[in-house]
Design a binder for this molecule. Sequence first.
Ligand code: ATP
Length: 448
Amino acid sequence: MSATDNVMDKLVSLCKRRGFVFQSSEIYGGLGSVWDYGPLGVELKKNIKDRWWRAMVHARDDIEGLDAAILMHPRVWEASGHVAGFTDPLVDCRTCKSRFRADQIQSASCPRKPSKHPGEHTECDLTEPRLFNLMFKTFMGPVEEQAAVIYLRPETAQGIYVNYLNVLQASRQKVPFGIAQIGKAFRNEITPGNFIFRTREFEQMEMQFFVKPGTDSEWFERWREWRMAWHVELGLTPARLRWHPHGADELAHYAKAAYDIEYEFPFGWNEIEGVHNRTDFDLKRHQESSGKKLEYFDQAANERYLPYIVETSAGADRVTLTVLADAYREEQVEGETRVVLGLAPAIAPIKVAVLPLMKKEGMPDVADRIYRDVRGHMNAFYDDSGAIGRRYRRQDEAGTPFCVTVDADTLSDGTVTIRERDSMQQVRIAATQVPEWLRERIWGAPGS
Ligand code: ATP
């Protein structure tokens, strides 16, 4: 087993053991590349989505939120180009029956040993590349016929384009402005894998920014800078983040420029977010296809135009995996291995665990009171079972940044110790100050 597999295997196992991520329908043998988020995972992913929403919608006055339906008129997907073009070229091996993306043969491995790329063993017998549509199809209404075909959306963006005039009019925004949305998307991926990196059902965090043609390149550069800064603020190691510009052969038919933010996963550098200059391609296509005018009237300049669009598109699940992979570490402490998820406190699922040192002398009652007090401010956890060292380790593994311990001194002078996860340093403060002390360290000083 390679070191890479090892880290990913450990992460997958930790995620299951601690309730971050479970395989979908596991008791039936699992459903391929579909995952469920457990109690800690749902908190982590929600914190990431909330942070994105806060940065993109609440902290700005030029972006509005939207929550469009997953099901859309089938003509949307014809106009967008997905019916004709949302395809991956596939190659099958007639010998081992494996299937590979033709554009990823050089990074794929043939299941035969020794490990080689598909086509490199003498027995390999690859087909010519064939196109495969990635959209999930279903039927609307009682009759399963061609006229009732409907798709599960493969991206959230189209819901934004078809609502752009509604949002513009309802919000009284003016170009330049953006629309942000978080929602499920579905792709019948052919070579899914790497845990929650590439799944068939996933969530996207997308923002489409509408600008005057000619100002698009400037806005594109601004958005590149802001999006990279967001990932760094999430706590990701800057040296593991880089830009990947799309070359002419990679550039989608609609894009004038495209850059991916890539992260160095244990299995190599891979995309976590795309920033694209989509020009007026989408609005033009929907205008032609629907017959509805989608132009913007710029009152100040007294002119009409179809805005250009700068898109930022990130996967909530992929960012969650990135955060987990970046945070996972093992340390040797007093001859034992300590597993730590060094998550930034603001996105950690549990912010604080409250632990009575012993189950006697009234310590549990005092600890319970403190727990109820902090629970009003943040997600907290109470644990009185097992040796204190083991309880600390359980919280380290769950990524909990702080543990508050109630001991004999608490009973006499009302102080508690607070242990910090990364440094394992302890400080003593008055129990009444705990919520304020934690809030400052988790979210910064009030008003910051
Ligand atoms: P890839 O080349 O990895 O298939 P893409 O270029 O098709 O990705 P986009 O269509 O630009 O991806 O989607 C934007 C973002 O949505 C990606 O950066 C990724 O974070 C997320 N995403 C796309 N497909 C998946 C998937 N199958 N599973 C999880 N997240 C995904």
